[in-house]
Design a protein around this ligand. Structure first.
Ligand code: FAD
Length: 452
């Protein structure tokens, strides 16, 4: 790997041209690089920070995978350890990604950020980077599904003495001042961080949203193993009526901690955690919550139980031998006296587990929808030569995860190789006097320059 300082205007990459430039050196960018390497396509990976940095630098200390290790399936590099049904902890995951990179030596330049991208009329991409201007015939954007921490603006109205962190900045309980902690959001991060603080002996308030939950184990196996057998992870986005809604769905909360178990917010409440409905605002110095706690808990349980129903049906239909298991019964229910407001005076810290957004403003091509999300078909945009990789549900459930990003990278690599072949053919035809744009289906290329 090449390391550059990446200072503004640094000339190290100035004038470089590659067949493919991949932006982002996380698991998606590296998977892309592996697939291009296997096809002998010359390319460069630009990484603004360091390989595996997202896992190492933006997760809390007790973080571990929610997906079992056997689902780590980077191209040609399955989970190498001896605990396939376990859940790697933060540093092990980062090491897995780093080892993957070491296994094939990708042309990664670290410390370099892509700051601009446009395609000229001849079909060449011009990338502005912190190490100079680079050109490419194809660009793969693999900048991550969770880029920009989102914090609602009501945060500005909280008293200054309260320490506020986004979930990506949270590390452990000791990092917070003494006193109660409010965690806002009960998706995967919020639920796990609330548990982490609860186990550390903190008094935790949790503003519970509408995220669903899933049981860790059912009828003797990890639910992920059942869903895998049932074909859920092979389902593609075009099998759903509302692809946008599927892509935006919150992840189900569950944990891999201590070998894996459920996250049952009702059990936390029984054991002293203060549960509230959604945080709706900060008014007149008070934190305001919606009266939707009961609904949100019921919804999370209903989703979890409906997944068990599907597993039961699968077992009945296939005759698989499986243990019997009693269904969940709630261990706590919110009372009528559920508080709709809270005095922030007793709160020492707020953790905003309120999600992430994207920032693609550096891409100057019209490939986004009205919400600023990339428009694509399995990562292929309508701008010839521009691709995305690693988006949530780009093609399957695993697309934005360690399990499915490799298959999407293989797909894009095949597309790139096919487009290069077509482009060469087009150059020949062009040189021979046949107009390139009369070839049927030639939307992937232009004949502007001869490709080596
Ligand atoms: C809290 C949390 C828990 C998760 N748990 C799991 C799990 O249990 N199992 C699972 O399979 N997945 C999980 N994921 C999802 C997913 O695997 C991770 O988000 C993973 O980091 C995505 O890899 P990526 O390569 O697509 O993106 P990232 O890892 O985000 O990598 C993108 C890279 O691009 C770089 N970059 C961004 N912009 C630029 C630019 N302009 N120029 C140059 N470089 C740039 C960044 O520095 C970064 O290194 C989880 C995600 C989160 C947030």
């Amino acid at each position: 790997m090449i390391h550059l300082s990446g200072g503004a205007g640094a000339p190290e990459l100035d004038g470089e041209h590659r067949t493919v430039v991949v932006v982002g050196g996380g698991q998606a960018g590296l998977a892309m690089s592996k697939c291009l390497t296997g096809r002998r396509v010359d390319h460069l990976v630009l990484e603004r920070d360091r390989v595996g940095g997202e896992w190492r630098d933006r997760r809390w200390d007790s973080f571990c995978l929610v997906t079992p290790n056997w689902q780590c399936n980077l191209p040609g590099f399955p989970y190498p350890g001896d605990d396939p049904n376990g859940f790697m902890v933060r540093d092990e995951i980062a090491r897995y990604v780093e080892d993957f990179a070491r296994s094939f030596g990708p042309p990664v330049v670290t410390g370099v950020r892509a700051t601009g991208l446009r395609r000229d009329r001849g079909g060449v991409f011009h990338l502005a980077t912190t190490a100079g201007a680079v050109t490419a015939d194809h660009v793969v954007v693999a900048t991550g599904p969770y880029q920009v921490p989102l914090i609602p603006r009501m945060a500005e109205r909280l008293p200054e003495k309260i320490l506020q962190l986004h979930s990506s900045q949270y590390r452990n309980s000791a990092q917070l001042p003494a006193g109660d902690v409010l965690v806002v959001g009960s998706g995967q991060s919020g639920a796990q961080i609330a548990e982490d603080l609860h186990l550390a002996g903190r008094r935790v308030h949790l503003a519970v949203g509408s995220a669903p939950r899933v049981a860790r184990f059912y009828r003797g196996r990890d639910v992920v193993a059942w869903l895998s057998d049932m074909g859920y992870y092979r389902r593609t986005i075009d099998e759903f009526d509302d692809a946008d809604a599927v892509r935006l769905r919150a992840n189900h909360y569950v944990t891999g901690r201590d070998g894996g178990r459920d996250i049952d917010l009702r059990a936390f409440a029984r054991d002293g955690m203060r549960l509230h409905g959604r945080l709706t605002g900060v008014d007149s110095g008070r934190l305001r919550f919606a009266q939707d706690l009961k609904r949100n808990l019921d919804h999370a349980d209903a989703v979890s139980e409906s997944i068990k129903d599907s597993i039961d049906s699968y077992i009945a239909a296939t005759g698989v031998i499986a243990l019997a298991e009693a269904r969940y019964t709630p261990v706590w229910v919110p009372g009528e006296e559920q508080a709709s407001e809270l005095d922030p005076a007793g709160i020492a810290a707020v953790i905003w587990a309120t999600g992430f957004g994207r920032d693609d403003r550096w891409i100057d091509e019209p490939v986004f929808d009205g919400h600023g999300r990339p428009r694509h078909t399995r990562g292929v945009t309508n701008c010839p030569g521009l691709y995305f990789l690693g988006l949530p549900w780009q093609y399957t459930w695993g697309s934005g995860r360690l399990s499915g990003v490799g298959a999407d990278a293989e797909h894009l690599a095949d597309r790139i190789v096919a487009a290069r072949g077509a482009r060469r053919l087009s150059d020949v035809r062009w040189i021979a006097g046949t107009p390139w744009n009369t070839c049927p289906g030639d939307d992937e290329f232009t004949p502007a320059r001869t490709v080596a």
